[in-house]
Design a protein. Sequence first.
Length: 77
Amino acid sequence: MIEKHSGFEKQAEILKALGHPVRLQIMHVLMEKHWCVCELAEELDVRQPYLSQQLAYLRRAGDCQLYEGRFKGAVRC
């Protein structure tokens, strides 16, 4: 029998975060190189406050880590 809390909840949270088209696009772009938020907003053609909200969502889900003011694009499933 599978335990109730065997990591599936965290995996589901990550998949939910990646289920949004903009967040999925963010992760795709972040895997190419490191970006500052202003450059990333321009690249994705979104407003910076909206991008910051989406990055915060990804950070909470465990998809991104902030290093020295920049996001390191790394998918950790």
